[in-house]
Design a protein around this ligand. Structure first.
Ligand SMILES: [Cu+2]
Length: 532
């Protein structure tokens, strides 16, 4: 054990030395250009609108820069329709709406409707499903919503910059049946995000390259719904349903509201099979959680992000001591833990596939210098290392599965989309990243085994997102999931082997990728086709 640990430490040390002494990347341009940071003439960011759409409606979405004061500094951010987050688009399940996106952010963009099983042509992947939208141009998206729950939209170009600066918004898709959710007094969407501020405002972003690709850009200022001091008021006795989304580039949150019970009822693609009370919720970039809370006692409640190294107050909820409407009946309904027979029934037709062997096996790793390429790391991976528990234990000592903070800020800052190279490796074909193209037929149910190599040069978590489809997380390190929910993103911790069962129901040419924006730009993506 100690020997392995020493070897890992030595390898990391060697990588650091090579990294620091490496020749500067050949960038023929003199000084790297940064994106504009001036706020002159920009409108002030406004509060997001709630927009109720019906099937067939058309909505105009305009992306443009705004200014906002954060921690005493006025900074230039990017908005949809002037707000951060963008408008909350509420639409009925089964509807299709038209969204005209006008791009005025100064660089090309697209709109990706995350988790929405829409027509492939409107998935927003530049060069795959559409031509990029140049500054000044408009693209028309037809977005259909087969599933109820919380989804979101964001760009699929330079996410590290444009999504980071505020380009994200929710779709709240209301269910067809009235009894899909518990009757709540309020529904509140919450976007959790962070921003990296330096002495002179936002830390710069470069036009010609993506930086901080090693760990992703961690912020040092926390944001809930675009505010560093988010607060909301609810009436005493209210049941509130929170729709939580993590729009951070890389930060994972561990969320709780001390003093009240959290009832976890849903995630990315709708409801869980069974509701459950939880102490906290781990939310990786792009994941969603649907949580119900009964506020029966007056007071000021904090939304906390509690990490192993630091705690953050993400916002507060004030419950006034006014005569609200606490009712024993409502409390009893909230306390009851429901079973969702509709979800169980929907998943029933997939259970026969749970125990089949994996159809596809991928591994996450990193090439920090090409030094390990084809060498010991590949051998470790192919020697069935994903079943070797000693690797997991070693990972525990080195990285503890999740990187909660940027513990190597200087090294992270110096990493770019050119170097190092993050990799998704197809363990059967040996292909990597965009060389991987899987072919399926509509209706295929595909088991994908994902191994996150704890012995790589930089073991860390990766949230894996599949476009256009839904999947179940079958197991983690061989332990079967006991309460299923449809997902579009799975957090794969360092050292974990996670089995996914993907319902390939939506034809088209799609992407799967790590949702850490900087990792995506470092290459962590691949393609798959679903034939009609
Ligand atoms: Cu990643």
């Amino acid at each position: 054990m100690k020997k392995y640990f020493a070897v890992i430490i030595a390898l990391i040390g060697l990588a650091v030395i090579i990294f620091i002494t490496r020749p500067a990347p050949d960038r023929t341009s003199q000084t790297p250009q940064t994106f504009p940071s001036s706020t002159e003439g920009l409108p002030e960011a406004v509060m997001p609108q709630v927009v109720r759409l019906q099937g067939g409606d058309t909505f105009e979405l305009r992306a443009f820069p705004v200014k906002k004061t954060i921690a005493g500094k006025e900074v230039r951010l990017l908005s949809y329709n002037g707000s951060i987050p963008g408008p909350i688009l509420v639409a009925p399940q089964g509807s299709e709406v038209t969204i005209n996106l006008k791009n005025e952010i100064g660089i090309p963009t697209t709109l990706h409707s995350h988790g929405v099983r829409l027509d492939n042509a409107f998935d927003g992947v530049p060069g795959v499903t559409q031509k990029e939208i140049a500054h000044g141009e408009t693209f028309t998206y037809k977005v259909r919503f087969p599933d109820a729950g919380v989804f979101w939209y964001h760009p699929h170009m330079r996410e590290d910059y444009s999504q980071e600066l505020g380009m994200y918004g929710n779709y709240l898709i209301s269910p067809l049946s009235d009894d899909f959710w518990l009757k709540a007094d309020e529904e509140i969407p919450l976007f959790f995000d962070d921003l990296l501020l330096g002495e002179n405002g936002l830390e710069p972003f470069y036009t010609d390259h993506v930086d901080r690709t090693l760990m992703g850009r961690f912020g040092n200022v926390m944001f809930t719904n675009g505010s560093t001091e988010y607060s909301t008021n609810v009436a005493k006795g209210s049941v509130v349903r929170f729709f939580m989304t993590n729009s951070s580039n890389t930060r994972v949150y561990n969320l709780s509201i001390p003093g009240v019970k959290l009832k976890l009822v849903g995630a990315d693609g709708g409801k869980y099979e069974r509701e459950q009370f939880v102490d906290s919720i781990i939310l990786a970039p792009s994941e969603r959680a649907i949580v119900e809370v009964l506020f029966n006692k007056p007071g000021s409640y904090r939304i906390m992000h509690t990490g192993p190294q630091a705690n953050y107050v993400m916002g507060k909820i004030d419950v006034a001591d006014t005569p609200g409407t606490p009712s024993p009946e409502k409390a009893a309904k909230f306390e009851a833990v429901g079973t969702n027979e509709d979800v169980i029934k929907d998943i029933d037709s997939f259970r026969l596939y749970f125990n089949k062997p994996a159809d596809k096996r991928i591994a996450f790793t990193i090439d920090m210098m090409g030094m390990m390429q084809g060498g010991s790391m590949m051998n470790m991976m192919s020697s069935d290392g994903h079943n070797d528990h000693s690797h997991g234990a070693m990972m525990g000592a080195v990285s503890a599965g999740i990187e909660w903070e940027d513990h190597m800020p200087e090294m992270n800052r110096l990493s770019t989309d050119e170097y190092p190279s993050w990799k998704i490796v197809d363990q059967d074909s040996g292909k990597q990243n965009m060389d991987i193209v899987w072919n399926f037929k509509k209706g295929d149910v595909v088991k994908v085994s994902v191994f996150n190599d704890p012995n790589s040069m930089h073991p860390m978590q990766h949230p894996l997102h599949f476009h256009g489809q839904r999947f179940l997380i079958l197991s983690r390190n061989g332990v079967r999931t006991t309460n299923f929910v449809w997902k579009d993103t799975a957090l794969i911790q360092a050292g974990e082997t996670v089995e996914l069962l993907v319902d390939m129901s939506n034809p088209g040419t799609w992407m799967a990728h790590c949702h850490i924006a900087e990792h995506l730009h470092s290459g962590m993506m691949f393609g798959f086709n679903v034939e009609e």
